[in-house]
Design a protein around this ligand. Structure first.
Ligand SMILES: *[C@@H]1O[C@H](CO)[C@@H](O)[C@H](O)[C@H]1NC(C)=O
Length: 256
């Protein structure tokens, strides 16, 4: 299983609204890295005006670039300014230094896995197993199916890793199959948060509903018998005989 791949993005956002709300300007500052030590970290400063990218500074390129005439003029001035250049180099170094810290904060989050069975529609197979992994981080994950311990590759489909929007991801993997007795089907999940792959076995319970009803009914009957026996026993021991209801018991006020 691959190690957690580092990818840190720090966003710094400056927003400026005009009084009429018709124009806005914003600057996005990013520190991107795909290593754990930050040696490859890139600083990217971008300036947008009314959603249009006007210009940017990319630390790999090392100069500011303007995409409009006005922005080009400004970029020229900035690139001649030792102060601006020094500041960008300082920020790039800060970005590189902070990547290991960010990597520590972004610890892997273990997925919550749910394995379930559904009827397969529009398929030659009778049933479909769905293995869903929820709320994991980082994105990289491997969800596979095993039949008696061997990887299954046919009749398998999967979604991509879907972002929840809160840095966490989910993925759903489907296996269409026709159940065979004695066969063990397993969903295997490999992720950076797990020391070893987690295995989730599918327990086929063909008659589980019926057997539950049988066990439940038998239990109910047994309980009923015991309580009747207990009631009879109580009556016998408390009165020394069994009381038979009389008219007096049934409607006592009528006799008065
Ligand atoms: C920064 O510039 C380098 C070199 O041109 C390029 O490979 C990289 O994609 C750029 N980064 C971004 C985030 O645009």
């Amino acid at each position: 299983m691959a190690q957690a791949q580092g990818c840190s993005i720090f966003l710094v956002l400056f927003l400026t609204f005009s009084p009429g709300g018709a124009f806005y300007l914003y600057v996005v500052e990013r520190c991107q890295s795909s290593s754990n030590d930050g040696h490859d970290a890139v600083l990217l400063d971008q300036i947008y005006f009314n959603k249009m990218l006007e210009g940017q500074y990319n630390s790999t390129v090392g100069i500011a670039i303007g995409y409009t005439e006005k922005a080009e003029e400004i970029a020229k001035i900035l690139n001649k300014s030792p102060g601006f250049m020094r500041h960008q180099v300082w920020k790039t170094n800060l970005c590189k230094r902070n990547v290991p810290l960010a990597q520590k904060l972004l610890t892997p989050v273990e997925p919550y896995v749910w394995l379930r069975l559904e009827k397969a529609e529009y398929s030659q197979h009778q049933q479909m197993l769905i293995c869903s992994a929820y709320d994991f981080y980082p994105k990289q994950i491997r969800v596979t199916w095993l039949r008696d311990g061997k990887e299954v590759t046919s009749d398998v489909t999967s979604t991509e890793e879907l972002p929840n929007g809160n840095w966490l991801y989910q993925i759903h993997t489907y296996l269409e199959f026709t159940p065979k007795p004695g066969e063990k089907i397993t969903c295997m999940v490999e992720h950076a948060s797990l020391k070893e792959p987690n295995l989730y076995d599918w327990e086929p319970e063909p008659d589980s509903k019926r057997s539950k009803i049988v066990v439940g009914s038998a239990g109910l009957l047994l309980g009923l018998l015991i309580s009747i026996a207990g009631f009879i026993y109580y009556k016998i021991t408390s009165n020394g005989r069994m009381r038979v209801p009389t008219t007096e018991d049934v409607c006592p006020e009528e006799t008065l």
